[in-house]
Design a protein around this ligand. Structure first.
Ligand code: 3HC
Length: 302
């Protein structure tokens, strides 16, 4: 059955090589998923060799884990490792890429610059996708000469586990690009939903409301430990603060900022979360021993 709003699948173009811009955690997870499900070469790029090597190293570790768990055999593991490579030279690496997805830092100017660089090196037919959490895909594409090939392709962490994929149609996106995005999503075995290009799309809007309500109660004086544990009996897979950690304090703060800018009366940015980000904290918990405990340095900020 065709997903709601998906164009005729006959319009989809083949994807035989994938590029990933950014080699951070999200990008590396994406590289592995594309290689595993599409079985095509995937090239990871970043701004320096160290980052690229780290990204490819993460992918190889994850493949070793899949092998250990018996999810892939030795031959497939070897094949997957050979499919995922790193490069600093986008012009050569992406000259024959059909689908390039960016997962760089959440900043409009940077993402526009990445897309402009990509437009200069990818083939005419290539799709340019963004994994942005909350930024306008229409604005991101607006400075390109061929903005109609830009789509939002928003995954959820952990990418290998969560089935949802939000596909964002920007104002300029054409049917062939959208059809290709849906065809790729199907091969990735994701459940895709077409969403409008509205701030934070659908899921992050809801999650920001959820995490924001918990943060607001803490901002108003609730103890973070109590607020974090209070929802446990509901059987959620993670507590709100665990979820904030998974999303990343900086990303959660950024998404809240985007929503606050768009709807100041409906969304706020938590001052406590702002302090965690300003202190450079990437985690709320200490994970070094047994059961994770809230980090005393984080507690001191609240
Ligand atoms: N990376 C890769 N795989 C992971 C992982 C990770 N970070 N965390 C867990 N997994 C895998 C495990 O390896 C395991 O795989 P297996 O079945 O092959 O062994 C499987 O997930 C289940 O893991 P566990 O048994 O250890 O743990 P749980 O059953 O508690 O599940 C969870 C972990 C899937 C992360 C679950 O807690 C969950 O679904 N949490 C909610 C996550 C969520 O809401 N994410 C959305 C965040 S919003 C977002 O990403 C959007 C962005 O724009 C901000």
């Amino acid at each position: 059955k065709r997903p709601v709003g998906a164009p005729d699948k006959g319009l989809a173009r083949p994807v035989t090589k994938v590029g990933v811009v950014g080699a951070g955690l999200m990008a590396s997870q994406l590289a592995l998923l594309f290689a595993r499900r599409l079985e095509v070469p995937v090239v990871l790029t970043d701004i320096d060799q160290e980052r690229v090597d780290k990204g490819v190293g993460y992918v190889h570790e994850q493949i070793d884990m899949l092998l250990l768990k018996g999810r892939v055999g030795q031959d497939q593991a070897n094949r997957l490792k050979a499919l995922v490579t790193g490069s600093l030279d986008k012009a050569t690496a992406f000259a024959d890429a059909d689908f390039v997805i960016e997962a760089v830092f959440e900043e409009m100017g940077l993402k526009q610059q990445v897309f402009a660089e990509l437009e200069a090196v990818v083939p005419e037919h290539a799709i340019l996708a963004t994994n942005t959490s909350s930024l306008s895909v229409t604005e991101m594409a607006s400075r390109l000469s061929r903005p109609e090939r830009v789509v939002g392709f928003h995954f959820f962490n952990p990418v290998a586990v969560l089935p949802l994929l939000e596909i964002v149609r920007a104002e300029q996106t054409d049917d062939a690009s959208l059809a290709t995005a849906f065809a790729v999503s199907k091969k990735l075995k994701k459940t895709s939903v077409l969403v409008k290009d509205a701030p934070a799309f659908v899921v992050n809007r809801i999650l920001t409301r959820f995490m924001g309500s918990v943060l607001a109660s803490i901002d108003e004086g609730a103890d973070i430990r109590t607020a974090d544990r209070a929802l446990a009996p509901l059987g959620l897979p993670m507590s709100p603060i665990e979820l904030l950690e998974l999303v990343g304090p900086a990303v959660a703060h950024h998404v809240a900022g985007t929503l606050h800018a768009a709807y100041p009366d409906r969304f706020a940015v938590s001052p406590n979360l702002g302090r965690v980000v300003a202190a450079g904290k990437r985690a709320f918990y200490l994970h070094d021993s047994g059961r994770p405990e809230l980090d005393p340095e984080v507690l001191a900020l609240f």
